[in-house]
Design a protein around this ligand. Structure first.
Ligand code: AMP
Ligand code: MG
Length: 355
């Protein structure tokens, strides 16, 4: 999608939000008012009042980003957008000259990347190993065959192209060397779409936390709550109902942690009477066919949660529960039959409230 098309999409989304209110999977307070472009919606002077609320909406990584801050100066909103823009320039596979583009165009040569890119690649490889390849950033040649943006003609790849692209999927082939060097065999491609937003959410949360403000960033499926509300209570985060994505299946109450959801409802298209969604199984190259509609992790690292949530859609409920338990993580899974699975202690820890 071109930048111009993206901006047009943002304008449409902002109109839609004005008309319809806000979708779930973000803080349950009233939605930020809409406008055009990337803006702080409330105009506030530098203010020390901890109850003062400032909101903004941005658009990065083809994703609408919501920011709500308490007690913070308006300049922090701009600081957050500057960070998001910087990461987009570094990590987007569609930005010419980004680290990801440079890796994809390296033709097998070793190149040096930004330490932050290297850190994400390192974690991505660890999670690929942990999930038996269900999470694979080298899936890019396969994702390139599909279009889930809704902006282009949707097609289903032929078996021939799909199987040829699958030959290029193997995260162990991505070699990370000393001094932030990266080597990717010629022909292979990477895509950080399943993990980068989590990394950015972590960094934005740190920015808010370091200045001792309270706030919420919602970046696609990645929500990070920092601190507590001015009245001292926890933030409520709605977990999207996959059957009715404008409503919540449940609300949970968190303090200083991230809530990350991957869902098959997020992006997709219908073709020949079949719905195809955007989380692909690296073993088949088809949209994952497990029993899960959504996977949510609640923890401190949004980057890890992002990658794990994507992987769980591929793995299915049984393996996902085992994975969460083995890593001592809190998770919630919504199944195709409408049932919900929670890890031990989840309900009490987050005041789980079904909707
Ligand atoms: P998320 O919304 O975090 O679940 O990430 C979905 C995005 O990650 C997709 O739009 C693709 O760019 C990429 N992706 C899809 N399937 C996988 C997978 N199995 N492993 C890693 N990344 C994936
Ligand atoms: Mg993800």
């Amino acid at each position: 999608m071109t930048k111009r098309t993206s901006r047009r999409l943002l304008a449409l989304l902002l109109c839609a939000l004005t008309l319809s209110g806000c979708t779930a999977k973000r803080e349950t307070a009233s939605p930020p008012p809409a406008g055009a472009g990337i803006l702080p919606a409330a105009s506030a002077e530098e203010t020390p009042d901890p109850a003062h609320k400032t909101t903004g909406i941005g658009f990065y990584f083809d994703t609408v980003v919501y920011l709500t801050l308490w007690g913070a100066p308006e300049s922090l909103v701009q600081e957050v957008w500057d960070e998001c823009a910087r990461y987009e320039q570094l990590l987007s596979k569609t930005v010419e000259g980004s680290d990801v583009s440079r890796i994809n165009q390296s033709g097998g040569e070793t190149i040096t990347v930004d330490p932050e890119t290297w850190e994400i690649l390192h974690r991505a490889k660890e999670i690929s190993q942990l999930t038996g390849g269900a999470f694979s950033i080298t899936l890019a040649p396969v994702t390139a065959l599909w279009s889930f943006t809704g902006m282009e003609t949707n097609t289903v790849p032929t078996d021939e192209t799909r199987l040829a692209a699958l030959e290029l999927v193997d995260d162990t082939q991505l070699v990370l060397g000393e001094n932030y060097t990266v080597t990717l065999p010629a022909g292979m491609q990477i895509d950080l779409g399943g993990i980068a937003k989590g990394y950015i959410a972590d960094k934005v949360a740190a920015l808010i936390r370091d200045k001792a403000y309270a706030g919420i960033i919602s970046l696609g499926g990645n929500v990070y709550t920092v601190g507590v509300k001015p009245d001292g209570s926890r933030f409520g985060v709605g977990i999207t109902n996959p059957d009715e994505p404008r409503s919540s299946k449940a609300v949970i109450y968190t303090e200083g942690c991230t809530v990350v959801t991957s869902g098959t409802y997020e992006r997709g298209f219908n073709f020949g009477g079949v719905r195809y969604h955007h989380i692909l199984d690296p073993k088949t190259g088809w949209p994952a066919q497990s029993d899960l509609l959504s996977a949510t992790f609640v923890m401190d690292s949004s980057m890890t949660a992002d990658a794990l949530a994507t992987a769980c859609i591929v793995l299915g409920s049984e393996k996902s529960l085992q994975l969460a338990a083995s890593q001592g993580l809190d998770a919630m899974f919504i199944l195709k039959d409408g049932s919900v699975l929670l890890t031990d202690g989840f309900e009490e820890k987050y005041n789980y409230l079904p909707q």
